[in-house]
Design a protein around this ligand. Structure first.
Ligand SMILES: Cc1ncc(COP(=O)(O)O)c(C=O)c1O
Length: 472
């Protein structure tokens, strides 16, 4: 008969299983040594030994004078400001195209792209709104919706924004084809080819692709995984470089998951206003604050019109409807012209249907349920990764949104890992995609949690962990 494991090992196994099931969530405090010894009826050194075993395998971290916590944290220190940081052209797009090629493959387990799973979107309510709009609009639904776009939708957007502190008139909004077009217009009206744009590091790769296609250079601002863009480092960069615009995702950041504090958002707006540098705010995840009041965007603190606010319903409602909008502040006229030049007009049917989703309350009802589902999935995915991925791995559950940024042990090559996973039908986002020239984040990956934690998906997470472990 096999020997039973020593006491400390058996206790560590039980705790490991509890973490794996999600009973002990990422970030949760573990029982103290004394409490664990009482529960397990063992000596304090044995209880401590069990916790140290979990610590050695990267599942928990010890905090001085506080105890052990389920590992959920990125290193808390800000990245050091890069001395002599240089503005660089964006060169890395191959991985992005590989990711899109994977997304096109049928039957893919899609943990890479940041798209909500279709089953969580309110297809029936969307169909109702679309049918209603088609009936209401008749033949006029077939015409161009000339920029700035339908007033009913702009009015609804303005009404909703007022609820979280942005008081804006419908006349200050331009409807766009998704956030990506809003961002493109914002960059077009603030920069010319060769200019430098300051971005978060890591930075959402769609922004990097836009910079590349407009011939702009990027300068990376050190960004804290908990608090966001390092504002002191940004101030230094503004002094040393001629920066034409700053792009930030300050709420539910992609990929880090932080939401900047209100105080920091105000400081960022003031800093850029004083420097005369426009802030281009990407708020595409802003509505995903389940169970909490919606975080105000930086735009709510913009008194001079220097913030160009860009967003869409792609992460919350219907990525394929391609509806977004921009509140460009004092650059309204320039953006309006650029919008016409970009693609002439929008679609009245989609715009009217979205106005209906907002006014009927269907969007808010959906957000409540969807937000809870995201929260549950983020929790389960995080626990699974914490339990099944190699020791030394670090992750931090996001403040808001549905993305997990995982730092693997330094020897893991995330690009090879992504290739190995792709050959087994699993797609994940390699960290290098979030850096202008791919020179950073070689052992990081991004995971999309906006999908149900099915046994198949959890098995896929385990498999990625196993593939990473093989690289040891
Ligand atoms: C931060 C961020 N901004 C913008 C987008 C794209 O938005 P849209 O589909 O509305 O163009 C994404 C999609 O992943 C994103 O993560």
């Amino acid at each position: 008969m096999a020997d039973s494991p020593p006491n400390y090992q058996a206790i560590a196994n039980r705790l490991r299983a509890a973490i794996r099931r999600g009973d002990l969530a990422p970030g949760a405090k573990m029982p103290s040594v004394r409490r664990l010894a009482e529960i397990e009826q063992v000596s304090a050194p044995t209880a401590e030994h069990a916790l140290r075993v979990l610590e050695a395998s990267g599942l928990v971290v010890a905090r001085p004078r506080s105890g052990f916590y389920v590992c959920a944290d990125m290193p808390a220190e800000p990245l050091a400001p890069q001395p002599g940081a240089t503005a660089r052209p964006v060169t890395l797009t191959a991985n992005v195209h590989a990711l899109f090629a994977q997304v096109r493959a049928p039957g893919l387990i899609a943990l890479g792209a940041a798209s909500p799973c279709a089953a969580w979107l309110p297809d029936k309510a969307l169909a109702r709104s679309m049918l209603g709009a088609a009936r209401r609009l008749g033949a006029s639904g077939l015409a161009y919706s000339v920029p700035p776009g339908r007033l009913d939708l702009r009015s609804q957007i303005a009404r909703r924004a007022a609820r979280w502190g942005l008081h804006i008139s419908p006349d200050q909004l331009v409807l766009t084809q998704g956030q990506s077009q809003a961002m493109r217009l914002a960059l077009q009206v603030t920069c010319k080819a060769g200019d430098v744009v300051a971005v978060e590091s890591p930075c959402y790769f769609g922004t990097l692709m836009l910079l590349r296609s407009l011939g702009l250079r990027a300068i990376e601002v050190p960004t804290h995984p908990r608090t966001g863009m390092d504002l002191a480092a940004l101030a230094q960069i503004l002094q040393r470089h001629r920066v034409s615009a700053v792009v930030s995702v300050p709420t539910a950041n992609n990929p880090l998951g932080f939401t900047m504090s209100i105080a920091d958002k105000r400081t960022l707006v003031r800093l850029l206003d004083d420097a005369g540098v426009p802030l281009i705010e990407d708020d595409v995840y802003g509505d995903l604050s389940a169970g909490k009041p919606r975080a105000p965007a930086c735009k709510a603190f913009d008194e001079s019109g220097n913030v160009l606010y860009c967003t869409s319903v792609s992460k919350t409602l219907a990525p394929g409807w391609r509806i977004g909008w921009i509140a460009p502040g004092h650059r309204f006229e320039a953006v309006l012209e650029a919008r016409v030049e970009a693609s002439l007009a929008g679609s009245p049917l989609f715009e009217a249907a979205l106005a209906d989703m907002f006014s009927s309350g269907d969007y808010d009802r959906h957000l409540r349920r969807y937000g809870q589902r995201i929260k549950d999935s983020v929790r389960t995915f995080s626990s699974r990764i914490a339990a099944a991925w190699p020791a030394g791995m670090k992750l931090r559950a996001p403040d808001d949104g549905f993305l997990l940024w995982v730092e693997l042990p330094a020897h893991v090559n995330a690009l090879s890992l992504c290739e190995a996973a792709a050959s087994e039908g699993i797609s994940i986002g390699p960290g290098a995609m979030f850096c202008p020239d791919g020179s950073r984040y070689a052992h990081h990956v991004r995971i999309n949690c906006a999908q149900p934690a099915t046994p198949k998906l959890l098995a896929a997470l385990d498999r990625i962990g196993a593939l990473a472990a093989v690289q040891a």
